[in-house]
Write a protein that binds this ligand. Structure first.
Ligand SMILES: Nc1nc2c(ncn2[C@@H]2O[C@H](COP(=O)(O)OP(=O)(O)OP(=O)(O)O)[C@@H](O)[C@H]2O)c(=O)[nH]1
Ligand SMILES: [Mg+2]
Length: 443
């Protein structure tokens, strides 16, 4: 009971952080960008940033990562800023964290630790919870000795990060117990993954083309999904919606929904976890099966936040991540989203204002919240899927009703005519379907 009270009191005060960056070989721009992103990540955990400090060094200090003068400077400012946690922009070694915590007498975490906390806070489904816990334990293992943080707490992120005095307790969590739990988790994850494979196989054998939304976190993937659902999701589309929010890593799970716009070829759309630069290795490993979802797509929609000055960098990261998960060869449409914000910026600067929506070749400039944009997007998707299609006339005997359903689900049908000998349809068939239904070809 006493502990609970303690917890409640702690939760009411916002955690205050000092951010620390060390630039060893990045350009000024690149470094500034990564510091800005660290700030966003920190805010994603509801932590207040009270100070930022940076240093240039040819190489990190072996024992304290940053130079000793810098450490002293931070120590002196701790009281002034009333900070409870120091967050480093890079991955620092367990030994360096220990040394820093000893000198500063405050919790120290690195970029990976921070992203792990965000994932822990956001994970909702059983699979993502298991994945996050696994990644957390793996991260914790080499850091056990002298660990202060509450990273081990189930469900993570529920309390404050800084928890002075809990260092002793952490030590009790011995290596063996953690390893045991990790093998338990691995087994549970295997079960969940098997279940998901079954679902996926069922989906893959369904006739609709599979399309995956991918891209940097916060680009608007879930918004595209939800608004397509609003307009073309059929019955109960409200209930089928996923979480969209202006924060990093709002989505950690995979959702698949059917989109069927009138007169357009229906498709299955997948929304999944977003990418970020230097996604921690522990997380890539733990979330591999979720990240790999895009591998099974016929077409990828890369959603780009066109209003973010860093969008080119985000596209690079997305390209690298796609290659890493083995989805580098799938056709991509580049969707420059949030173009409405770009229009606003252009208006404010009295510049030429871009036309939205606009679709050219393999690109579209859209605002995910406008129906006109989404129609343009669907048009582009349709055109892309149609490449390689042939317009065919088929005569399907009434005894083969199932085939008509399959073709309707995966193709655009120009006309349907009920004749005494069967149903005559004119449809755009993919090369695969032409081969499959050859014997019904008429004329
Ligand atoms: N103005 C404007 N805002 C948008 C647009 N698309 C998305 N947003 C906003 O951008 C924020 C992020 O959108 P999400 O759809 O959650 O982004 P996401 O890509 O799914 O992000 P993660 O799940 O975190 O990877 C939300 O606040 C959306 O309302 C757009 O076209 N215009
Ligand atoms: Mg999302």
């Amino acid at each position: 009971m006493k502990n609970e009270m303690h917890q409640i009191v702690q939760d009411t005060k916002q955690i205050r952080a000092i951010l620390v960056g060390l630039n060893t070989n990045k350009s000024d721009d690149e470094f500034e960008r990564s510091m800005k992103e660290l700030k966003e990540l920190t805010k994603a955990l509801d932590i207040e940033v009270v100070g930022i400090t940076t240093q240039n060094l040819p190489a990190p200090d072996r024992s304290t990562y940053i130079g000793s003068g810098k450490v002293e400077e931070i120590k002196a400012s701790l009281d002034v800023f009333d900070a409870d946690i120091i967050i480093f922009n890079d991955d620092i070694s367990p030994m360096q964290i220990r040394n820093l915590e000893k000198i500063l007498d405050t919790e120290v975490i690195d970029r990976t630790g921070l992203i792990l906390q965000i994932f822990a806070k956001r994970a909702k489904t059983r699979e993502s919870r298991l994945q996050v816990e696994y990644a957390q334990l793996q991260y914790m293992l080499p850091r056990l000795v002298g660990m202060r943080s509450s990273l081990s707490r189930q469900g993570g992120g529920s309390g404050r990060l800084s928890n002075k005095g809990s260092g002793e307790k952490q030590l009790e969590l011995d290596r063996r117990r953690i390893e045991h739990r990790m093998s338990e988790l691995r087994r549970e994850l295997e079960d969940v993954e098997k279940e998901r494979d079954t679902q996926r196989n069922r989906r893959l054998s369904s006739p609709e083309p599979k399309i995956s939304l991918v891209g940097y976190t916060n680009a608007g993937k879930s918004t595209v999904m939800n608004n397509l659902l609003s307009f073309y999701g059929g019955d109960n589309s409200e209930e089928k919606k996923v979480l969209e929010k202006d924060m990093l890593f709002a989505t950690l799970d995979t959702s698949v929904r059917r989109i069927a716009a009138p007169g357009r070829r229906p498709f299955l759309l997948t929304d999944t976890v977003g990418f970020i630069s230097e996604l921690p290795h522990t997380l890539v490993k733990a979330f591999r099966s979720t990240l790999e979802e895009a591998k099974y797509a016929d077409l990828i929609l890369e959603i780009i936040d066109f209003s973010d000055p860093e969008y080119r960098h985000h596209m690079e990261v997305t390209k690298e991540t796609l290659a890493e998960i083995g989805a580098g060869d799938i056709p991509i449409l580049y969707i420059f989203n949030k173009s409405d914000l770009v229009q606003n910026q252009q208006k404010e600067a009295s510049q030429l204002v871009m036309e939205v929506p606009r679709a050219v070749d393999d690109r579209a400039y859209i605002c995910a919240k406008s129906k006109e944009s989404l129609d343009a997007l669907i048009g582009l998707i349709e055109e892309t899927l149609k490449q390689g299609d042939t317009l065919c006339t088929l005569l399907l005997p009434y005894s083969e009703g199932g085939i008509l359903n399959t073709i309707t689900a995966s193709s655009v049908i120009e006309s349907t005519e009920y004749l005494p000998e069967g149903v005559k349809i004119v449809a755009h068939l993919s090369a695969k379907n032409v081969a499959k239904y050859k014997k019904y070809l008429a004329e």
